[in-house]
Design a protein. Structure first.
Lengths: 983, 440
């Protein structure tokens, strides 16, 4: 009570002073080259008041009282403070560039952050500029390529709308989830890949492999990269432990943009571009002898009837130059108490195959409000509508996918429709891909709402104590509608070839919500130590419900499910409930020794014992040695070590022993499933140790980050054979362990820094190797299509990503297993090289990526060889005996050796390149900043790999069977013209 | 004073926090499988409809890998050839081509084995569900229901035994974590017999109806007993327990005057998701994937035997892997033709066998002639000795039960496997399948 009275008195007393005693300040914020810094934040120390600089780096504000200290901050620069005691109109503040990003603040707990210089682990960070600064990006995950070390970011195909796998530091799981957890402004962001039911037509998951190969997009594609302020990537358990039971695949923390105090900032961006096939394979040239050899008399008749004419089908199918449009508006700003950010993006990209493309509209509103002196509130809202026409590609067992039908059709067969639009039947394959392309639909449509909120209660703050309580939560809700329309007129549907047309309509409704409450207490006893204590509780609920209706025997050209002779429904639900707590203590001694101890406890209905708490501890220590040394040339020298554990659930349903439906004599019954659920299944557990050294040289103009890690994944879950007399053929068990070891080296430098020139370079090099260290079941083949075509093999003591297959006398065939090792999908190393060069108002960005080694199982040429259509069919550079042409060699190897199907998938590519120019501001009366640019993605590619793109995965985001190539949607390259205007 | 305030505040907040933790850290209840009924739920308190679902599931499950089983025993019994260009192991391993042997971890060994035990598992779930259900059924119905389940369980175990034979089988498999031991060959058959007898105690004379409907035989417990006894007779004959076989036959649905096709069948249909008869191929199917009769079935036959219509002549010879036949295997003439579990024709022949073994030769000949007349061949005129009659009975069984899975087993129980024809030099006639690798 006493306090309030005093406070009241103080306010009364000081009121007149406010009125009369104040200091007006205006000035300019400049960088080291005396260029103005736009949108730098200028704040009065220990207050909420402040502003930001305009397009010319200018600001003005009034400091109450007799002046005070101004804190100036801007991303990429070291924070600066200026003491102002007298009014001035010409204050010049020069900010020093934070070359090594050591001042950058990185999230380390659920509610705390540390500047990079004090960090005890290697956290990958990607800023807005790195993410979208060079060239427009369709999806966030695609924008992450090569931008941080330690991950394999790989697109599954070129189909529009995404479909990207991100695997951090090697193999995390064999059958469980291997993808990272995405958290957007504190909200768990669903990243499911949901199959559309196309398998009904393709029958891909029928023989050879029971895994689906429908290449669905993953739902992180719904996030608009333009809204993102920064991304932090926690690659393994040593950093991600605090996220507990779902964090084994790593965590990607996304923070979206916020408004800054100051006048409104309006940004308009427009970009147009084109995309085209990344790598053309060409087509085989034909003559009568070749036709006869491949197709006999029947083929020759067709060939001659058409006068030997051939068509350029590669251009017909993949030759579209898809127009890409990206329109962008954002408004942000704020006052003392309120700040806001609103962003809208409209994207419309046509792709390289007719009737395919991607459209997305995203609207975001972020609002921050200081309700009272001690209570802050922030709300984020995002609505996205996206629409992807993905075409019908990848593997099938019916030769109906466009990819398979294309390689199965020689170029001398006419597939073009007649004048009335009637397509001929393909005489040599079960499908006319041109008809399929023109008449079928494979569409994914998403409506997604993401709502997040956070309340921060600053309970208490003085010199020594600072206590905050934070409550946050959010909802992620979307519906995904998949629409497959295969009309009855299609060659593979009519005349008893199929089901007389099929409609495959799927609806997925997903509702996820999460809530946390946490407290952060900072104690500064002013003796060099700072203690940060945080603890909190966490709740997460998931509910995903997919219903797929498959209608067949269609009436006419109707596309209503009612208009069908037969309909089949499948429903799949995934429900889970997680509850957890965490606590973490961080001790910082003079920025020299920074130690952290933390633990997370999680229970989940996904575990056999839903109420059991699983604990995930973490420890870390960073030691800044430099203060103890006298080395002028160094500006930072730090050694660091971190250890942590994280979990991964079994595939959904593994804990259940269900009775599955079985049809009999017109009724339906229940029978025990062939797989025995394991109610006592333990979650997979990852234990990661990470050690590293960070150094800053020459006032941080050169920064080096070296990290070594050892990641052990234990209790890996597999479906294993069980004694059949139990009534089950297979059962879920914790049976294996894998060790990943790797090195990540990051080097950043500013080799050139003059008044006009500036070159900023960043090199990342990383490598991972894995080994199976425990396997309680006999070694087994997994993934792809079996040993005759190359398959993965899990074998104790061997790499988890080795590729084996049957072999002949030229191969080193193991006498017992009858298998030879042909490769490994793990690359020898990855190297990414990012350059940013500025000269006056010009800026050039180049991001290069070199993946050395790593093999693919490439079956696209083989499928073409069976039909004699491969471009290199007649070349002779493969057969070691020098006898057979490439096509004959590959085709004749089938059944004898898998050697020709395992191919080196090294590549070098210029992932992003962008050149921009800021027009002289005088042209726009200093009001607007106008930037023009040209940019491109994947414009330069170098690889020997014999398919469209070495970066491919027929099995999507599967944990183990990636790097399989079966007639995918080919990848694209693109270029763009960009204009942006900032007021 | 001032500090006290602050500490109070801190304590209050910490208190609030602890409460908050208590609230969210609360118990996480298990979530039931949202996609399927759970075994646990059904065994605790099944509704009538759910009992019916289990019965339908069990009868549907009896057919899983039945085709593989029948191909196995018919191939080794040299009744027909299954040609499979896609899998050379069928004509290789099963006929013992060259050095080929039966594999203990391949589909022909494991699939029928796993399939039968899966169904056994389902009957165990049904038994538990019947024991615990609170549905409105009488005690007599409960007993009858359990007896039904045991009857099917015994039959499924017999199917496993037929392949495993000398290896013996596990009979106690109720708890997958504590599987019972492998019994010896003799113990296995005894256990199956006991299971049937045990079930029959609750069926015989029980006037209740089953608490569900079955497609296998009657829904009346006392009638279902006749199917149980028919199966018991088969097992008793396998065990050479002639008196028991005799009694069981008299209590079964055996009829010397009735239709020979009366009995219990596996059903198939074209309904969505249902199975088709796995042994059906249209006539004159190309040799890549087909079943053709073993040539000796034609050459050994008595002229005029109407049962030869089970193997009509093909338009062209089918050849694969050094094997030839001019005759289709055409026992099942449509893709939904039922396959017998057990039928009157077998019972008549079992009666003949029992009578011959008990030296009641006129009774045996009476039964044999019932079969011969039906097949359009003259009455038995051979020697009237036990051994001659047994040979005659095995011959009649070969033609009457062609392609129903008996020949190999019959020849094995009379130790006459060496009389089966060898088609290629080096081929073998296997006595039994290896025990699946996963059981070791």
């Amino acid at each position: 009570m006493q306090n309030y009275k005093r406070l009241l008195l103080l306010i009364c007393l000081s009121a007149p002073v406010w009125l009369f005693a104040q200091v007006s300040v205006s000035g300019t914020v400049l960088d080291g080259k005396n260029n103005p810094i736009q949108f730098a934040s200028v704040k009065i120390k220990n207050s909420n008041q402040g502003t930001s600089t305009d397009a010319n780096g200018k600001f003005s504000l009034t400091i109450p009282g007799k002046g005070g200290v101004l804190d100036i901050t801007f991303v990429g620069f070291k924070a600066t403070s200026v003491n102002v005691t007298a009014p001035t109109t010409s204050l010049i503040i020069t900010m020093q560039e934070d070359v090594g990003h050591l001042e950058e603040v990185v999230v380390t707990g659920l509610a705390s952050s540390t500047k990079r210089a004090n960090l005890a682990h290697a956290v990958g960070t990607v800023s807005a500029k790195q993410l979208v600064g060079t060239t427009p990006q369709a999806t966030v995950d695609a924008a992450l390529y090569g931008k941080f070390p330690g991950a394999a970011v790989s697109s599954n195909s070129g189909a529009p709308g995404g479909g990207i796998s991100i695997k951090m530091r090697g193999i995390t799981s064999l059958v469980g989830n291997s993808q990272p957890l995405f958290i957007v402004d504190g909200v768990y962001y669903d990243n499911s890949s949901i199959n559309s039911g196309q398998n009904f037509i393709s029958k891909a998951a029928n023989q050879g492999s029971t895994n689906f190969q429908e290449n669905p997009s993953n739902r992180v594609a719904d996030l608009d990269p333009e809204d993102i302020d920064r991304i932090e990537i926690l690659k393994g358990a040593s950093t991600a432990a605090i996220y507990g039971a779902r964090a084994a695949g790593g965590v990607v923390i996304v923070t979206t943009k916020k408004g800054k105090t100051g006048k409104p900032k309006i940004e308009l961006g427009q970009s147009i571009g084109w995309q085209m096939q990344l790598h053309k394979l060409g087509m085989r040239s034909w003559d009568t002898a070749k036709v006869r050899a491949s197709y006999g008399a029947n083929g020759l008749n067709i060939y001659n009837a058409n006068g030997g004419k051939t068509y350029n089908y590669e251009d017909e199918l993949y030759g579209v130059h898809g127009f890409m449009n990206n329109t962008r508006v954002s408004v942000s700003g704020g006052s003392e108490k309120t700040s806001y950010y609103a962003g809208m993006t409209y994207q419309d990209n046509d792709a390289i195959v007719k009737n395919t493309g991607y459209r997305k509209t995203s609207i975001r509103m972020n609002l921050e409000q200081a309700l009272t002196k001690f209570l802050d509130l922030s709300v984020n809202a995002n609505y996205v509508e996206s629409n992807a026409d993905r075409g019908y590609f990848n593997n099938d067992n019916t030769s109906t996918s466009m990819g398979v039908a294309y390689v199965s059709t020689p170029s001398w067969v006419s597939l073009y429709p007649d004048a009335n639009g009637n397509y001929p039947n393909n005489p040599l394959a079960p499908s006319n891909w041109m008809q399929t392309r023109d008449l079928t639909t494979n569409n994914e449509k998403v409506n997604r709402t993401l709502l997040g909120g956070r309340a921060t209660w600053k309970v208490f703050k003085n010199d020594k104590h600072d206590l905050k309580i934070i409550a946050l939560g959010g909802i992620d809700y979307y519906t995904l509608n998949t629409k497959g329309i295969f009309p009855a007129v299609l060659q593979f549907e009519k005349n008893g070839n199929g089901t007389n047309g099929a409609l495959i309509y799927g609806t997925t409704v997903t509702h996820n919500d999460n809530y946390s409450a946490l407290a952060v207490y900072e104690l500064n006893p002013n003796n060099g130590f700072i203690f940060t204590t945080q603890a909190g509780v966490n709740a997460l609920n998931n509910d995903l419900n997919t219903v797929v209706n498959t209608a067949t025997q269609l009436i006419g050209t109707q596309t209503n499910l009612d208009q069908a002779g037969a309909i089949q429904v499948q429903e799949n639900r995934i429900i889970s409930k997680d509850r957890g707590f965490f606590a973490q203590e961080e001790v910082n001694y003079k920025d020299m020794l920074i130690g952290t101890v933390g633990v997370r406890g999680d229970k989940s209905s996904r575990n056999g014992n839903a109420d059991k708490l699983y604990y995930y501890p973490k420890f870390s220590l960073a030691f800044n040695i430099l203060p103890l040394m006298d080395v002028k040339v160094l500006s930072l020298l730090k050694v660091r070590g971190a250890y942590g554990e994280a979990g991964n659930f079994a595939p959904f349903g593994a804990i259940y022993s269900p009775l599955v439906p079985i049809n009999f004599n017109g009724t339906t019954g229940s029978i025990v499933d062939v797989t025995r659920g394991a109610a006592n299944l333990e979650p997979e557990r990852q234990k990661e140790l990470e050690l590293g050294v960070d150094a800053g040289i020459l006032n941080n103009r050169v920064g080096v980050e070296f990290t070594w890690y050892k990641k052990d994944v234990e209790d890996l879950i597999l479906k294993v054979q069980t004694p059949g007399s139990t009534g089950f053929a297979t059962g879920w068990k914790n049976v294996a362990a894998i060790e990943n070891k790797g090195v990540e080296i990051g080097l950043s430098a500013v080799p050139v820094l003059t008044k006009e020139w500036r070159w900023n370079a960043q090199v990342n090099w990383w490598k991972n190797t894995s080994k199976v260290t425990r396997l309680d079941v006999p070694a087994f083949n997994v993934g792809a299509f079996g040993a005759s075509l190359g398959t993965y093999r899990i074998e104790k003591g061997k790499s988890a990503t080795q590729i084996v297959g049957i072999g002949d006398d030229l191969d080193k065939v193991d006498p017992v297993t009858k298998l030879a090792v042909f490769g490994n999908s793990e690359p020898d190393f990855n190297l990414s090289f990012n350059n940013n060069v500025t000269w006056r108002s010009f800026e050039l960005n180049v991001l290069m990526h070199w993946k050395q080694g790593g093999d693919n199982i490439n079956l696209t040429p083989l499928l073409g060889d069976f039909a004699g259509t491969t471009a290199d069919y007649d070349k002779r550079d493969l057969d070691p005996k020098g006898q057979l042409s490439n096509g004959d060699y590959r085709a004749s190897s089938y059944g004898k050796t898998a050697r020709p199907f395992v191919e080196d998938a090294s590549y070098f590519r210029v992932r992003e390149i962008g050149l921009s120019y800021v027009l002289p501001k005088e042209l726009f009366k200093d009001i607007a900043r106008v930037k023009l640019g040209f940019s491109g993605r994947n414009l330069i590619n170098a690889f020997k790999y014999n398919s469209y793109d070495p970066e491919v995965s027929n099995f999507g985001v599967d944990a183990i069977s990636s790097n399989v190539d079966v007639t995918p949607y080919p990848s694209a390259k693109s270029f763009h013209f960009n204009v942006s205007v900032t007021f | 004073m001032k500090y006290q305030h602050k500490y109070k505040k801190l304590i209050a907040i910490t208190g609030l926090f602890v409460i908050a933790m208590g609230w969210t850290g609360c118990k996480v209840e298990p979530i039931l499988d949202p996609n399927n009924p759970s075994t646990g739920g059904l065994t605790q308190n099944a509704q009538l409809a759910e009992l019916q679902n289990l019965v339908v599931g069990t009868e549907a499950g009896m057919r899983i890998y039945l085709g593989t089983y029948l191909d196995n025993v018919s191939m080794i019994g040299r009744e027909y050839y299954r040609f499979a260009a896609s899998d050379p192991r069928v004509t290789g391993d099963l006929l013992g081509k060259g050095g080929a042997t039966l594999d203990n971890n391949t589909f022909y060994t494991t699939n029928p084995f796993d399939g039968r035990y899966r169904d056994v598992k389902n009957t165990n779930v049904l038994i538990q569900a019947l024991q615990n259900t609170k549905a409105d059924i009488t005690d007599a119905q409960r007993k009858a229901g359990i007896a039904y389940a045991k009857t099917i369980q015994a039959y499924e175990l017999l199917m496993v035994f037929n392949q495993q034979y000398g290896n013996g089988i596990r009979v106690d498999v109720a708890d997958p974590d504590k599987l019972g031991p492998f019994l010896s060959q003799e113990e296995s058959l005894n256990a199956i017999q006991n299971l049937l007898n045990d079930a029959n105690n609750d069926l015989k004379g029980n006037t209740a109806t089953l608490p569900f409907t079955t497609t296998l035989y009657s829904n009346k417990a006392s009638d279902f007993s006749k199917l149980n006894r028919a199966l018991a007779a088969r097992v008793a004959v396998y065990r050479k327990d002639w008196p028991l076989a005799n009694t069981a036959l008299s209590e079964s649905f055996l009829s010397l005057t009735g239709s020979l096709t009366d009995g219990s069948y596996y059903l198939f249909s074209t309904g969505g998701g249902d199975l088709l008869n796995p042994l059906y191929f249209p006539r004159n199917t190309p040799p890549a994937e087909v079943r053709v009769a073993h040539p000796s079935f034609i050459t050994d036959a008595i002229p005029g035997d109407t049962r030869l219509n089970k193997a009509p002549k093909r338009d062209a010879t089918a050849t694969q892997d050094g094997l030839n036949s001019d005759y289709d295997f055409f026992v099942y003439t449509t893709n939904v033709a039922p396959i017998p579990v057990i039928r009157n024709e077998e019972l008549v022949l079992l009666l003949a066998e029992v009578k011959a073994q008990q030296n009641s030769f006129p009774d045996a000949i009476l039964a044999i002639n019932r079969i011969r007349t039906a097949a359009g061949i003259p009455p038995y005129a051979g020697a009237i000795t036990q051994s001659a009659l047994i040979t005659e009975i095995l011959f009649q069984r070969r033609y009457s039960l062609f392609g129903e899975g008996h020949r190999w087993i019959d020849m094995r129980r009379y130790e006459r496997l060496n009389q089966l024809p060898i088609d290629r030099p080096g081929d073998d006639v296997w006595v039994q399948f290896p025990r699946p690798a996963t059981e070791n």
